[in-house]
Design a protein around this ligand. Structure first.
Ligand code: PBG
Length: 338
C-alpha cells in the first residue's frame, strides 16, 4: 500500500510511470543517441596549433592535423558525421578560396575522406561568408536606385555556389549543405552536381535559416562577420513560421534530399511544423550562441552543464528533428554511452 492508501481515488496518477529510472527509461518517448549527432568543425589555413575560440569554450579552429585527430575521436564516439567550415588565409570579394582545389576545406575533405573513408558522413557547408573579404554569404553589387548601397546579388551568387559545390564534390564530401539562403540555390547546386556526374550526391538544404543573434560566436570562430549591414535581406525574419514551410517546400521542389532548421532552441515550433509537413529527414542546428549561453551559465554555476546539454538536445529531437548539428556532439555521445 502506498502512503496515501487509496484515500483519493478518481484521478490519473502520472507519477506511477515515473517512479524509477528504469520505468522512466522504458516509457521515454524521445530517444537521443550518438547516431543522431553531427559535429560542426572549423579548419583554418596557416596556423601551427589549434586556436581556442573565446566565445565558445572547448571549441577550436583546427589545423589540418588536429582536425584529422578530432575526426577520429568523433568516429570513435559513434556520432554520424562532421560538417566542415573553413577559414582561408586570403579572402576576396567573390570568395575564391571556397572552390579552389587547394582551398582549406577542400584539402580537409580530401584528407578526411582518405583517412576515414565512409565511416563518418562528411558534410560540406556551402557558403561564401568565411571566404569573402566583405563577409557576406554571396557576391555584392551596388543596388539599383538605392543610392549605390551594396546588396548581396542573388543570381551571380548562384554561379559561385555551383562552382563551390563541384569543388566540394571533387574533394570528397558525402553531403553538400548550402547555408547561404539565396533563392534558387538548391536548384543551381543540383544542376551543377548532376552536370558534373555527381547525381548520387545528396543536398541537405539549410532551408529555414533565420537571421539570428545566436550566430554571434560562430562569426568569431569562422571569421565571417559581415563588414557592412547584416544578413536580414537573405536570412529569414524571426517572426515568420509559415514562410519556413514555403522555404522548405521550395528547396524540396528544387531537389533537396533533406532539410534543416536553424537555429534550434528558439525555433522548436518551426522544427515541429516542418517535421509534420515533410517526409524527408529533418535536421536542426544547435548554433554557436545556444552553445555559448549554456557554457556561460554553467561556468557561473547557474545550470548543470551536462544536464543542459542532454535536455536541450532531447528537446530538439522531441520537436521533431531526426538529427542535430551540435558543438557538443562528441561529448554528448560520450555522456549517452555512460
Ligand atoms: C554561414 C553559416 C553561419 C552559421 C552556419 N553557416 C553563420 C551565419 O549565417 O552568419 C552559423 C552557425 C552557428 O552559429 O553555429 N552562412
Amino acid at each position: 500500500m502506498t502512503s496515501s492508501g487509496g484515500a483519493h481515488p478518481g484521478f490519473a496518477r502520472g507519477r506511477r510511470l515515473r517512479s524509477t529510472p528504469a520505468l522512466r527509461r522504458l516509457t521515454a518517448q524521445t530517444r537521443l543517441s550518438p547516431a543522431d549527432l553531427v559535429l560542426p568543425v572549423f579548419v583554418k589555413e596557416g596556423i601551427d596549433d589549434p586556436q581556442p575560440i573565446g566565445s565558445m569554450p572547448g571549441v577550436v579552429q583546427h589545423t589540418q592535423d588536429s582536425l584529422r585527430k578530432a575526426a577520429h575521436e568523433a568516429a570513435e564516439a559513434g556520432i554520424s558525421g562532421l560538417i566542415l567550415f573553413g577559414i582561408p588565409a586570403d579572402k576576396d570579394p567573390v570568395g575564391s578560396q571556397a572552390d579552389a582545389a587547394d582551398g582549406v576545406v577542400n584539402v580537409a575533405l580530401q584528407q578526411l575522406r582518405a583517412d576515414l573513408g565512409d565511416e563518418l558522413v562528411l558534410m560540406a557547408d556551402l557558403c561564401l561568408c568565411e571566404y569573402t573579404d566583405h563577409g557576406h554569404c554571396g557576391v555584392v553589387t551596388p543596388a539599383r536606385g538605392q543610392g549605390g548601397a551594396m546588396v548581396v546579388d542573388n543570381d551571380p551568387t548562384l554561379d559561385r555556389y555551383a562552382a563551390v559545390a563541384l569543388a566540394q564534390a571533387q574533394a570528397g564530401a558525402h553531403v553538400i549543405a548550402p547555408s547561404g539562403m539565396m533563392d534558387g540555390q538548391v536548384a543551381a547546386i543540383r544542376r551543377a552536381l548532376d552536370g558534373g556526374g555527381y547525381t548520387e550526391l545528396p543536398v541537405l538544404a539549410y532551408a529555414a535559416k533565420y537571421a539570428s543573434c545566436f550566430y554571434g560566436p560562430f562569426r568569431e570562430a569562422a571569421e565571417g562577420a559581415p563588414q557592412f549591414g547584416d544578413r536580414s535581406t537573405y536570412q529569414m525574419d524571426p517572426p515568420n513560421a509559415d514562410e519556413a514551410l514555403r522555404e522548405v517546400a521550395q528547396d524540396l521542389a528544387e531537389g533537396a534530399d533533406a532539410v534543416m532548421v536553424k537555429p534550434a532552441l528558439a525555433y522548436l515550433d518551426v522544427i515541429a511544423r516542418v517535421a509534420d509537413e515533410v517526409r524527408v529527414p529533418v535536421s536542426a542546428y544547435q548554433v554557436s550562441g545556444e552553445y555559448a549561453m549554456v557554457e556561460a551559465a554553467a561556468a557561473n554555476g547557474w545550470v548543470d552543464r551536462e544536464r543542459a546539454i542532454l535536455e536541450t538536445l532531447t528537446a530538439i529531437r522531441r520537436a521533431g528533428a531526426g538529427s542535430v548539428l551540435t558543438y557538443w556532439a562528441v561529448e554528448a555521445a560520450r555522456l549517452l554511452r555512460r
